[in-house]
Write a protein that binds this ligand. Structure first.
Ligand SMILES: O=C(O)c1ccccc1NCC(=O)[C@H](O)[C@H](O)COP(=O)(O)O
Length: 262
């Protein structure tokens, strides 16, 4: 079993238990009371029109690297990312593999005006209502993790809630499935191979040209420097999702500014 399959199997079990604690109708009621979604795609597009659009990730740990940041403070990181010029935030909420938590999303979103992606492994439409109830403005669909029917259902639930969907692909087949089965045109190309954990920016370079018409592309993972952003810009990619390289810096605000502006 590869790591993604393992994470998704764990997530399905977690969701089964959580569903017993919160019914869909409870969550729908909370989602209806949540503050209106902040436009995630719009915010990225606006920044990318005049520079680079950054989705800055609040990431404590990962399966590939273990603990990334000891003094983990979502409230402070959110403010630093916003002050440094990020367009949006991504907050990992998965606990078993990323040491994430739903509270980190609540904390980060309350600390700034940026739209927030709930970065988790969506395996059930129930999680979409849960995400909106938490205040998330966007969710992630990992094409490799879902069959066509389920990813379509999860996308429809997110769109019904007024949320944006970041559709993540890693190869040509997944790009084709995203183009033909989904309507969201916010496409993230993950440079990380989830079987080996190696990252290669050439993945974004290779797949960028295959994105469906009207897509806003986001290069994800393994982006460390302004030079990396300039490299991907050559392939028409002006938006980036960056976690580890920013989270490892003492001065997150300055590092964000340097990543974006050189
Ligand atoms: O980060 C990992 O090790 C990882 C392992 C297995 C599945 C997903 C994983 N990461 C999720 C992400 O998408 C990244 O956190 C995100 O793209 C940022 O990547 P990076 O800038 O390299 O931290």
């Amino acid at each position: 079993m590869n790591k993604l399959d393992e994470i998704c199997a764990t997530k399905r079990e977690e969701v089964r238990v959580r569903k017993g604690l919160n019914t869909l109708s409870d969550l729908e009621r909370l989602a209806a009371q949540a503050s209106a979604p902040r436009g995630f795609r719009d915010a990225l597009e606006a920044k990318a029109a005049d520079g680079f659009g950054l989705v800055a990730e609040i990431k404590k740990a990962s399966p590939s690297k273990g603990l990334i940041r000891e003094d983990f403070r979502p409230h402070q990181h959110a403010m630093d990312y916003a002050a440094g010029g990020a367009a949006c935030l991504s907050v990992l909420t998965d606990a078993p593999y990323f040491q994430g938590h739903e509270d980190y999303l609540l904390e980060a979103r309350a600390s700034c005006a940026l739209p927030v992606l709930r970065k988790d492994f969506m395996v059930d439409p129930w999680q979409v209502a849960e995400s909106r109830a938490l205040g998330a403005d966007a969710i992630l669909i990992i094409v490799a993790a879902l069959d066509d029917a389920l990813m379509t259902e999860i996308e429809a639930a997110a769109l019904d809630h007024g949320m944006d969907v970041l559709v993540e692909v890693h190869d040509e087949t997944e790009m084709e499935r995203a183009a033909t089965r989904l309507t969201s045109r916010l496409i993230g190309v993950n440079n990380r191979d989830l079987k080996t954990f190696t990252t290669d920016l050439a993945t974004t370079e290779r797949l960028a040209a295959l994105a469906p018409e009207g897509s806003l592309l986001v290069g994800e993972s393994g982006i460390n420097t302004h030079a990396d952003c300039l490299r991907l810009e050559q392939s028409g990619v002006r938006c980036f999702l960056v976690g580890e390289s920013l989270m490892r810096q003492a001065d997150v605000e300055a590092a964000t500014r340097t990543l974006l502006n050189g």
